[in-house]
Design a binder for this molecule. Structure first.
Ligand SMILES: C[S@@+](CC[C@H](N)C(=O)[O-])C[C@H]1O[C@@H](n2cnc3c(N)ncnc32)[C@H](O)[C@@H]1O
Length: 370
């Protein structure tokens, strides 16, 4: 009788099998499997956002966050000459809360509201179902798609909050003037562990390392998001014919910094990124300097990189909070707590950055004074 094959039952078991067959895998490959594997990946199998889930994001803290994004987009639409049709794209919309706050805000500018065609780019079937429910009451048709190229034509407004941090990073460690890739291998006891590639990065691939880190001392760790160059190409292509304005908000640094920022979170606590693969959130911080450099290289303009706290305040956070508080009895303290969480240096205010990427011919939007 032929031996029956035992099917692996979770991602950790599949990874064990794959690494023992094929050898160590890159951190980027590991992140992709853990986050996006259709059967066992983190995002396709759950809604991880909320106080009772794994993590909370700015739009879930306060409606003001999405409202101020909505005001910024309306200003950009005006600067584009109030086009009759505008493609509004969100990358990684989570529960759809930010888009719902944007559309509600847009409602007060009927011409803007009427011009919007909404596209959501979302990898998680579980979250698409939540988004459909959140956005079901709006007059706009909501389209879900996998690619920016499928988001119609004409003027484009794009927003992405905490999307780039989910995109996989490769990690490299400098040793004796060479860069070696940090990989994930198996220990003697079949646990996942980090190791280094046996051969260094080829001369031709050195351009992957951010210029500011190329000559760093031994044991420096550099992270790169190799998908970013390809990411800006469709935006740059579009910007040749139509105005494009993209807003990125994420946790990260305004300057390229060395160091391992791969982080796993479960139930609002940091956990080991090599344990419970596919069951915990995995992210790495965004290097906004590098993001700006790559966007510029593709032919796009970029704004100053400002902290979330500064951007929100420049966009009218305190004024909106005061207006909301005065309309709701007993809400003042709650709204003050939300404002603190979004904008204080000790919370999200300093760690999170905001940057706009836009086509030539447009001006830097408001909110980016340093
Ligand atoms: C950290 S959540 C942020 C959600 C939302 N923007 C918010 O602020 O609440 C990341 C979002 O990006 C989605 N996502 C992650 N990787 C993706 C990918 N490669 N393509 C499309 N969506 C992705 C996730 O499913 C999720 O909706």
């Amino acid at each position: 009788m032929p031996e029956q094959q035992v099917l692996p039952i979770n991602l950790s078991q599949r990874l064990l099998r794959q690494i023992s067959q094929d050898g160590p895998m890159s951190v980027a490959h590991y992140m992709t499997l853990c986050l996006l594997d259709p059967r066992h990946g983190y995002y396709p199998t759950r809604d991880p956002i909320g106080a009772g889930a794994d993590f909370i994001t700015a739009p879930e803290i306060s409606q003001i966050f999405g409202e101020l994004i909505g005001i910024c987009l309306a200003n950009c639409w005006q600067a584009m000459g109030k086009p009759k049709t505008t493609q509004l794209v969100e990358l990684g919309p989570g529960k759809g809360t930010m888009m719902s706050d944007i559309l509600r805000t847009a409602h007060s500018i009927p011409e803007f509201c009427k011009s919007l065609q909404v596209h959501l780019i979302e990898a998680s079937a579980a979250l698409i179902a939540v988004q459909a429910k959140t956005l079901g009451g709006f007059p706009q048709t909501i389209n879900w798609t996998d690619a920016l190229n499928d988001t119609g034509s004409g003027p484009l407004l794009l927003v992405a909050n905490e999307y780039l941090d989910c995109l996989p990073v490769r990690q490299f460690v400098r040793q004796k003037d060479f860069w070696f890739e940090r990989l994930i291998a198996l220990s003697d006891t079949d646990e996942l562990q980090f190791t280094l590639s046996t051969t260094p990065l080829a001369e031709t691939e050195l351009k992957l390392i951010p210029p500011a880190l190329r000559q760093a001392p031994d044991n420096t760790l550099a992270e790169i998001r190799s998908g970013l160059a390809g990411f800006f190409e469709p935006l740059a292509e579009r910007a040749k014919n139509d105005p494009v304005m993209a807003l990125f908000i994420d946790y990260g640094s305004a300057k390229s910094e060395a160091g391992d920022s791969l982080q796993a979170v479960s139930k609002h606590q940091k956990v080991d990124p090599l344990k419970r693969s596919g069951e915990v959130d995995l992210t790495a911080q965004v290097d906004f300097a590098e993001l700006s450099r790559i966007a510029n290289q593709a032919g796009l303009l970029t704004s100053n990189i400002v902290t979330q706290g500064s951007w929100l305040q420049q966009m009218g956070l305190l004024e909106r909070a005061a207006a909301l508080s005065s309309g709701q009895t007993g809400a003042r303290a709650k709204i003050a707590r939300q404002v603190h969480r979004l904008s204080d240096d000790s919370e999200m205010g300093k760690l999170f950055k905001v940057m706009a990427v836009y086509s030539k011919g447009l001006e830097e939007p408001t909110g980016f004074d340093v």
